[in-house]
Design a binder for this molecule. Structure first.
Ligand SMILES: Cc1cc2nc3c(=O)[nH]c(=O)nc-3n(C[C@H](O)[C@H](O)[C@H](O)COP(=O)(O)OP(=O)(O)OC[C@H]3O[C@@H](n4cnc5c(N)ncnc54)[C@H](O)[C@@H]3O)c2cc1C
Length: 298
């Protein structure tokens, strides 16, 4: 690995100043589970690594009246172990629970998962489904971007060189809502998703009609995707096989998966359909109050 400087600021303004001063030659390090490997293989060769794990704003994990705030460097083990996340933002807990094993979860953050911007990053479809908003800070101030618009290509995103992702904010959850994230991998763990699906559903008081739905898809295009029409076609519909079948077809229409060693394009299209249905079924069960414990994996 090449030589580099290391800084470990404790104040956000200091981290932003170091980033601005470096003129694009610095890289933030949260858990380092992607970055260190990418530096070892020469994909990134920063002259300065800015360890952001000690910055308080980036380690927030709070559920308040305005929803859930997840600091960008908060490790996965804290997120999936949090009562509020398990109860109300269950898709996010599902995703954090399957990112690597215990060692990886103790370091890896969802901010890093998002900023790495891999098409198969497990937290991203879950955060899209929960309508996450990225709070981004830079020399020019703060701006907000929906998670669904954050990734712009494989390994690429909307962040400028002098910007940091500070937190991901999620709106409050309505009553009678449920969510789920699930992926298909060839092995039970430690693999990259062939397809990943996150969904959030809200039901009417009677639990019979869908009043809101949002679906995120991973590993089926150059970036994780918001399946907007698939969500819209569920709204106002009674919970039925036919309703779910419409959403499955709408989700399949927007994907453009590749063929690789994990599966062919046709296989991924098929798996997307299977997972969208299963994930919606679980999200609906959870919205009705059934905790629906799901075994990690597919
Ligand atoms: C053994 C192993 C198993 C894994 N399994 C999975 C898995 O099952 N599913 C999965 O999705 N991933 C998996 N990963 C990948 C990895 O753990 C995740 O992508 C992780 O969430 C990245 O978070 P991090 O905090 O480690 O990010 P880092 O490695 O610190 O950073 C990742 C990238 O984001 C940038 N960055 C980080 N934070 C910020 C910020 N706040 N603002 C701006 N830029 C930032 C960094 O500069 C870097 O470019 C695995 C990795 C390993 C090594």
């Amino acid at each position: 690995m090449h030589a580099f400087d290391y800084k470990s600021p404790e104040v956000l303004a200091e981290a932003l100043q170091q980033l601005a001063d470096s003129d694009g030659s610095a890289k933030p390090l949260a858990g380092g589970t992607d970055l260190i490997d990418q530096m070892r293989t020469g994909r990134h060769q920063p002259t300065l690594v800015i360890d952001i794990k000690k910055v308080a704003e980036l380690n927030v994990l709070e559920c308040a009246g305005d929803g859930l705030h997840v600091g960008a460097a908060t490790p996965c083990y804290r997120i999936c172990g949090d009562d509020n996340v398990q109860q109300d933002y269950t898709a996010l807990a599902d995703a954090c629970n399957i990112i690597g094993g215990v060692q990886i979860q103790s370091r890896a953050s969802v901010g890093g998962n998002l900023c790495n911007s891999g098409p198969a990053g497990d937290s991203i479809p879950a955060m899209i489904a929960l309508r996450g908003i990225c709070v981004i800070a830079g020399s020019a101030g703060t701006r907000e971007v929906p998670v669904a618009e954050f990734c712009t290509g494989p390994g690429q995103n909307v962040l400028a060189d002098n910007e940091l992702l500070v937190e991901i904010r999620f709106p409050p959850r309505p009553t009678a809502s449920g969510s789920h994230y699930r992926r298909m991998i060839p092995r039970n763990e430690m693999d990259i998703a062939v397809v990943g699906v996150g969904a959030s559903v809200t039901l009417n008081e009677a639990g019979t009609t869908i009043t809101d739905a949002c679906i995120g898809l991973g590993a089926v295009g150059p970036t994780p995707l918001l399946a907007a029409r698939a969500g819209e076609c569920l709204v106002g519909q009674t919970v039925s096989d036919a309703t779910l079948a419409n959403a499955v077809e709408a989700a399949k229409e927007i994907i453009s998966p590749i063929t690789d060693m994990r599966g062919t394009q046709e296989y991924r299209v098929h798996v997307t359909g299977v997972l969208v249905r299963r994930v919606l079924e679980t999200a609906i069960s959870r919205a009705t109050g059934d905790p629906c414990v799901v075994r990690p994996g597919h």
